[in-house]
Design a protein around this ligand. Structure first.
Ligand code: HEC
Ligand code: HEC
Ligand code: HEC
Ligand code: HEC
Length: 206
């Protein structure tokens, strides 16, 4: 009897701790309280029908056509970014309204510090400027055969990117550091905690 009760209680607790509270609901990406969202969470980003197949991931948000200043200072565009960073910048470069999805043209733009702009010189290198080393060096822990960088604190995934010569390379992208669905509920929607700079130290030997 008692052990059965305990099992039920444990299951309920497990459900609570791994449930919606630690996910996208109530995160910075839960748009359901904004009037333009129609009360839905997924829809500004994904759609079950009529998706942008070129963007992938059943994408619903209008993509940016901005010209970027890459970290090295040279001019770039979406072809200089990995595919998922393009999806992030469709809101985060501030050129396309948040409510431009499903074919609508919106008027509400991303506010404040979340608008990283089209000048990427003041952001951590991504895409073309962040091709990740495959061999051990004095500066970087190398990527493994699965294009991940693994430390005792966690695993970070590099992103596939095709360079101008048509060769596939593995780069740092927004998704390398962040989880867009807030899995784990870490500060700034990071893939794992950056306490004591553990995220940075996973790649950089310092
Ligand atoms: C702010 C934009 C955004 C919102 C809101 C969002 N997603 Fe995503 N989703 C993304 C991006 C970007 C990717 C690709 C990167 C990745 O896989 O993490 C993705 C990938 C996915 C994937 C494929 C990868 C996987 O994790 O299995 C699924 C499934 C998915 N989303 C489901 C959902 C559902 C369901 C919701 C609503 C409850 C939702 N997403 C809300 C942006 C969003
Ligand atoms: C549909 C538009 C949209 C897309 C697509 C989108 N975001 Fe956001 N993001 C937002 C908005 C809106 C906020 C909250 C801004 C505010 O209110 O300060 C936000 C906030 C954030 C924050 C701050 C979270 C915090 O708690 O401080 C991070 C980090 C972030 N987004 C990363 C990403 C990444 C990485 C991607 C792609 C994988 C992405 N976003 C895609 C709209 C978007
Ligand atoms: C190398 C890891 C890394 C990459 C790559 C990265 N970020 Fe971040 N991001 C962080 C960290 C760490 C923070 C928290 C900074 C802090 O502690 O203030 C952050 C914070 C943010 C915030 C919150 C800023 C604020 O002041 O509210 C947003 C929005 C964001 N990132 C979006 C992005 C987007 C979009 C991309 C891709 C263009 C991206 N990040 C790429 C590590 C990264
Ligand atoms: C996934 C691996 C990865 C993570 C995580 C990461 N970096 Fe980087 N970082 C890179 C790569 C790749 C470059 C660009 C190549 C180079 O510098 O040779 C870079 C470049 C830099 C640079 C040099 C910029 C310049 O002027 O050339 C600094 C500083 C830096 N990162 C700091 C950080 C900090 C701080 C964090 C944590 C918030 C962090 N990095 C997280 C991979 C990473």
């Amino acid at each position: 009897m008692n052990s059965l009760k305990l099992t039920v209680a444990t299951l309920v607790l497990a459900g609570l701790t791994s449930g919606a509270g630690a996910q996208i609901t109530n995160s910075a990406h839960d748009f359901s309280s904004y009037s333009w969202s129609g009360g839905e969470i997924c829809k500004p980003c994904h759609t079950p029908h009529f998706a942008n197949t070129a963007a992938g991931r059943l994408w619903n948000h209008t993509l940016s056509t901005a010209t970027y200043t890459m970290f090295d200072g040279a001019t770039g565009d979406s072809s200089d970014l990995d595919r998922e960073s393009r999806l992030c910048l469709s809101c985060h470069d501030g050129t396309v309204a948040l409510d431009s999805f499903g074919g609508m043209t919106g008027t509400n733009f991303i506010p404040g510090g979340a608008n990283i702009g089209t000048d990427l010189t003041n952001d951590h290198p991504i895409g073309r400027d962040a091709v990740y080393p495959t061999t051990t060096s004095t500066r970087f822990n190398p990527q493994n055969a699965s294009h991940q960088v693994v430390s005792t604190w966690g695993t970070l995934r590099l992103k596939s990117w095709t360079n101008s010569a048509g060769a596939e390379q593995f780069v740092v992208g927004c998704r390398t550091c962040h989880n867009v669905h807030n899995a784990g509920n870490f500060n700034h929607m990071l893939n794992f905690s950056n306490a004591s700079s553990h995220l940075c130290l996973t790649c950089h030997i310092k």
